[in-house]
Design a binder for this molecule. Structure first.
Ligand code: BG6
Length: 523
C-alpha cells in the first residue's frame, strides 16, 4: 500500500489509482501559529490532541512554523513534557508509534509552561514563550488557545489571557482564536454567564466551540448527501417522512469520570450537544453556500424552531434511565451506582431519550426521536430517516412483507449510508421483500477517515469555523433541554436502576414510541 498522507490520490499495492479519489485536493495547509493546550496534563491532551497534532504534521497539514505549548498545573520541564507526549503518541496515534526523524523535529516545537490558571506570573511566562516562538519558529504572532480544562476554569483562563495582553484586541499583528471544549456551560444560565466572560476578551468570530461529532467524516457528509444530490430533497419533508430517529449508543460506562458525570448525565453530556447537532444537520434548510455563517444560520433557524416542551409534557416526551449491573460483550460490569465517585443513590441518568418537534413548514408534526445512553447493547451512532407507509398496496398476499423505506446515515463504527427498499424475490410469484443497499466510506473511497480532532484543530488553525458551534445554536440547544433538566432535577426517578448493562435501554423509552404507534430501531 503506498499511502502518502495528505496527497491527492492514493494508490493500492499494484499502483492502481482509486478513481473515486482522483482529483481530490486534501492539501489544506494550516496557518503558522502557536497553539496552547490548557489542561495539558489531562487525558484528552494525551489521547487525542497531541496525537492529532502529530498526525497533522505527518500529513503535511501542519506547517513547520508552529509552536505547541502545554499549560497545566503539574510541574514539568519542556523535556519531561516532550517525553510524556512521545509516550502518548506511541500509545494513541492512529499512525502507530512516533517515527524518526519526524518526531525529533516535532518535539523541538513542543514546550511546557507550568502554573495555576489564575496566576498572572504563569501567564507572563506563557507570553514570553509565545513571543520567543514568534522570533525562533516564525509563528507570526498568531495564537490558538485550546481550553481542555474543567469548565469551571474557562472564565479564569480567558481573564488571565487578557491581563497578560494575550487577547485579540492586544495584538498589533497576527490573530488570536480560542477553542472551547464542551460542555459550554452546565445549563442555560451558566452557559450565558460563560459566554459573557469569554466575549469580554474574544469576539464571537474568534471563538471555536468544539463538538467533536461535527468533525466526524460521516457527519460532514450529511450536507453532501442532502445537498449534492437531487433525489433526496423532494422527499425530505413531512409529506414523505414518518419520523426521524437519532441514536448515539455506547457500550462503555463512565470510564472513571464518575465525578463529572454525576453532575452531568446523558442529557447534558450527549443530547444537548452532539445529538442536537445531528438533528440540526438533518433538518436544516439548504444553506446558500458552505460558508461557515451560511451553514450556521440554517442550523440556528432549525434549532430555534424546536417546539418548547411544556413542564407537564416532559414525562410524555422523554424517558430517562440508569444502568444496573449486567453483561457487556459477555463480560460482567457493575451498575452505575457502583462506579467510582458515584453516589450509591444517584439520581443521574445514564440514558435519555427525547421526542422533539420542529415547528416549521417542512417538519410540522414529524417527530424527531433522540436517544443516547451508556452501557447499551452495542456502540453505534446513526440517523435514520423512516419514510411513510405506501399510500396503496397492490400486491395482495405477496406484498405482506413490504416494509417502509428507511435511509440510514451511519456515523460510527460503520461509516456510510444504507437504504432499505422493497424488491421482488426471484421466482415465478410476485413476492416482495425488503433489501438493503449499502455504501461504506472506507471501501468506497479507499481511505480511513481521520479522527475528528485532526479535522477540527486543522480548521481552527485555518480560521474555518464551519464545524464549530456558534453561540446562538448553543443557547437554542440549552433552551430546548432546560424544561427537561428542570423536571428531572426536581423529581427523583424512583425506578433507577431501570435497565441492565448491555441491554436496549429502559422500557420507558420503548413506551415513548409505542404510545405513538412506532418502535425504536434495534440497538
Ligand atoms: C463525549 C462525552 O463528548 O462523547 C462522553 O463526554 C462520550 O461521555 C463521548 O463517551 C462519545 O464520543 P464518541 O465519539 O465515542 O461517540
Amino acid at each position: 500500500m503506498s499511502v502518502q498522507l495528505g496527497s491527492l490520490v492514493r494508490a493500492d499495492g499494484n499502483g492502481a489509482v482509486n478513481p473515486l479519489r482522483a482529483g481530490l485536493d486534501s492539501s489544506r495547509i494550516a496557518e503558522p501559529c502557536s497553539i496552547v493546550f490548557f489542561g495539558a496534563s489531562g487525558d484528552l491532551t494525551k489521547r487525542m490532541l497531541i496525537p492529532a497534532m502529530y498526525n497533522l504534521r505527518l500529513g503535511d497539514i501542519l506547517p513547520t512554523n508552529v509552536g505547541i505549548v502545554g499549560f497545566s498545573r503539574s510541574a514539568l520541564s519542556d523535556d519531561q513534557f516532550r517525553d510524556q507526549m512521545h509516550a502518548a503518541v506511541d500509545q494513541f496515534s492512529r499512525s502507530g508509534p512516533a517515527k524518526e526523524p519526524l518526531w525529533g523535529d516535532f518535539a523541538q516545537r513542543l514546550f511546557y509552561v507550568s502554573g495555576e490558571f489564575d496566576d498572572p506570573e504563569a501567564f507572563k511566562r506563557l507570553r514570553a514563550r509565545l513571543e520567543q516562538n514568534d522570533r525562533n519558529l516564525g509563528t507570526q504572532g498568531n495564537r490558538l488557545y485550546y481550553l481542555s480544562t474543567p469548565p469551571s476554569v474557562f472564565g479564569k483562563i480567558v481573564a488571565q489571557l487578557s491581563n497578560a495582553g494575550l487577547g485579540p484586541k492586544d495584538q498589533a499583528h497576527g490573530w488570536s482564536r480560542i477553542i472551547v471544549e464542551k460542555p459550554f456551560g452546565t445549563d442555560l444560565d451558566s452557559a450565558r454567564a460563560l459566554q459573557a466572560e469569554v466575549t469580554k476578551v474574544f469576539d464571537e468570530k474568534h471563538v471555536y466551540r468544539i463538538d467533536h461529532y461535527l468533525g466526524k467524516e460521516p457527519v460532514q457528509d450529511i450536507m453532501a448527501l442532502r445537498f449534492a444530490n437531487v433525489i433526496f430533497e423532494p422527499i425530505w419533508n413531512r409529506r414523505y417522512v414518518d419520523c426521524i430517529q437519532i441514536t448515539a449508543a455506547e457500550t462503555v460506562g463512565v470510564e472513571g469520570r464518575g465525578g463529572y458525570y454525576e453532575s452531568s448525565g446523558a442529557l447534558r453530556d450527549m443530547i444537548q450537544n452532539h445529538v442536537i447537532n445531528l438533528l440540526a444537520l438533518v433538518a436544516m434548510e439548504p444553506p446558500i453556500s458552505p460558508a461557515a455563517d451560511h451553514v450556521r444560520d440554517e442550523k440556528f433557524k432549525v434549532l430555534s424552531a424546536l417546539r418548547p416542551i411544556a413542564p407537564d409534557q416532559v414525562s410524555k416526551c422523554t424517558a430517562r434511565g440508569q444502568y444496573g449491573p449486567g453483561l457487556v460483550d459477555g463480560h460482567p460490569v457493575p451498575g452505575y451506582r457502583e462506579e467510582p465517585s458515584v453516589d450509591p443513590n444517584s439520581n443521574t441518568e445514564t440514558y435519555s431519550s427525547v421526542k422533539f418537534f420542529i415547528d416549521n413548514w417542512r417538519w410540522a408534526d414529524v417527530p424527531f426521536y433522540l436517544r443516547s445512553g451508556k452501557r447499551l447493547a452495542h456502540k453505534y451512532s446513526e440517523i435514520a430517516v423512516l419514510f411513510r407507509p405506501l399510500p396503496h398496496r397492490i400486491f395482495g398476499e405477496g406484498g405482506e412483507q413490504i416494509e417502509t423505506n428507511t435511509l440510514v446515515m451511519k456515523i460510527q463504527p460503520e461509516e456510510g449510508v444504507s437504504l432499505r427498499f422493497n424488491a421482488k424475490v426471484p421466482g415465478p410469484r410476485m413476492h416482495i421483500r425488503s433489501v438493503t443497499m449499502d455504501f461504506n466510506y472506507g471501501s468506497g473511497f479507499g481511505v480511513v477517515s481521520a479522527p475528528a480532532y485532526e479535522r477540527l484543530i486543522g480548521d481552527a488553525m485555518r480560521g474555518d469555523a464551519t464545524l464549530f458551534t456558534r453561540w446562538d445554536a448553543v443557547e437554542a440547544a440549552w433552551l430546548a433541554v432546560t424544561p427537561i433538566l428542570n423536571r428531572w432535577q426536581s423529581t427523583t426517578a424512583t425506578d433507577f436502576p431501570n435497565y441492565l448493562a448491555g441491554s436496549q435501554g429502559p422500557q420507558s423509552a420503548d413506551a415513548l414510541l409505542v404510545a405513538d404507534g412506532r418502535e425504536w430501531r434495534r440497538i
